[in-house]
Write a protein that binds this ligand. Structure first.
Ligand SMILES: NC(=O)c1ccc[n+]([C@@H]2O[C@H](COP(=O)([O-])OP(=O)(O)OC[C@H]3O[C@@H](n4cnc5c(N)ncnc54)[C@H](OP(=O)(O)O)[C@@H]3O)[C@@H](O)[C@H]2O)c1
Length: 326
């Protein structure tokens, strides 16, 4: 049997770990490459998955990468070459919402905002390196972990993301989002939705750019409990979310289990009827439910061609952090 090779970033925790476990239960995925920030985390994930699936250690590889560090991403691409890996699929799952505590966005040494670097910037540098090195097989699939926050979540009073005002052109506005200099007083959920939107539109641009050789799909796992997503929230907000909000939301069908979030990635990998370059998430303004192509009425930037091309240009000039000019 011909088996396939898949990489999952952030595979040591939450939805990424659960997705890796579900893939390991399917023999067609012969090699599962566990992306994590340290060898210890990747090996703990491997041991955990082996214990529940009966797969052997030979079926797993590690890829150690810290997505906010361009040198680490470069080393990871070299490691892929050294290990002789060629991917049939890559799930760009790592990410989250580092809290700004109402102040400015945190920055990492590259000059990018941590929010952008961990969700999108590091993944773009990784995928660019894998493409340049020929590490994708023909018709490989790239799945990006998107979020409903990009098209707005009315029940959480989160508005749909849009480009910041006051910039000379779309490229300057995107550069400012990369560094986080477009905003002084941060609304965490809004900024998270904006950065995830750039990731979702990047998938559209990748699909346009490689129409016959790549499938690129943005998928929100939906509102998912049982993950570490709240680790960096301020402690009061974290306690409220963990013990009050999420249990209440689960009770009313507004949040689902980690397995449901992981199933959405598997659907993106397996369901050939999904539109290449599409952004899939919960239907309407919901946070759970069947995976649904997101409406361009709710988020007009999803089919704004000049914006899509600008996101492509942005991804080409990463990992260098641009200097934002207003
Ligand atoms: N949970 C939800 O409701 C929800 C909804 C929509 C979208 N999402 C998205 O789904 C994805 C998975 O989230 P989750 O809920 O499963 O959260 P999680 O349990 O916190 O998992 C996040 C993963 O990303 C990794 N990561 C964080 N920063 C990284 C970096 N700089 N370099 C490499 N890896 C890094 C983490 O590694 P460490 O363990 O080393 O920190 C962890 O493995 C994220 O992209 C999130 O934004 C989640």
């Amino acid at each position: 049997m011909n088996t396939k090779t898949i990489l999952i970033t952030g595979s040591n925790s939450g939805i990424g770990l659960e997705a890796a476990r579900k893939l390991a239960a399917k023999p067609e995925w012969g090699i599962i490459v566990l992306g994590a920030r340290s060898k210890a985390k990747a090996e703990a994930a491997r041991d955990n998955i082996m214990a529940t699936t009966g797969r052997s250690a030979d079926d797993f590889r590690n890829l150690i990468v810290d997505l906010v560090d361009p040198a680490s991403v470069q080393a990871a691409v070299q490691d892929v070459a050294q290990q002789g890996l060629r991917f049939d699929a890559v799930v760009l799952n790592a990410g989250g919402m580092p809290s700004a505590n109402g102040g400015e966005l945190q920055k990492v040494p590259s000059g990018q905002s941590k929010l952008f670097a961990m969700n999108v910037g590091g993944h773009a540098a990784l995928v660019n390196g894998l493409l340049e090195g020929g590490h994708f097989s023909e018709h490989a699939t790239v799945v990006f972990a998107a979020s409903e926050a990009s098209r707005g979540i009315p029940m959480m009073m989160a508005k749909a993301a849009k480009l910041p005002d006051g910039y000379a052109d779309v490229d300057a506005a995107l550069d400012a989002i990369v560094t986080g200099d477009h905003v002084q007083k941060v609304d965490d959920m809004y900024e998270y939705g904006l950065v995830k939107l750039l990731g979702a539109v990047w998938m559209t641009e990748l699909a346009h750019r490689h129409p016959s050789s790549l499938r690129a799909i943005a998928v929100s796992p939906g509102m998912t409990g049982g993950t570490n997503a709240m680790a960096e929230m301020p402690s009061l907000m974290k306690t409220m979310m963990t013990w009050v909000m999420l249990p209440m939301m689960s009770l009313f069908g507004m949040a689902h289990k980690v397995g449901n979030g992981a199933d959405r990635y598997l659907q993106a990998l397996e369901d050939e009827s999904l539109v290449n370059g599409g952004f899939y998430a919960s239907p309407g303004s919901k946070l759970t439910g069947p995976l649904t192509l997101q409406s361009t009425t709710a988020q007009p930037l999803l089919n704004d061609e000049p914006f899509i091309r600008a996101v492509g240009r942005l991804m080409d000039r990463l990992p260098q952090a641009p200097v934002a000019a207003k």
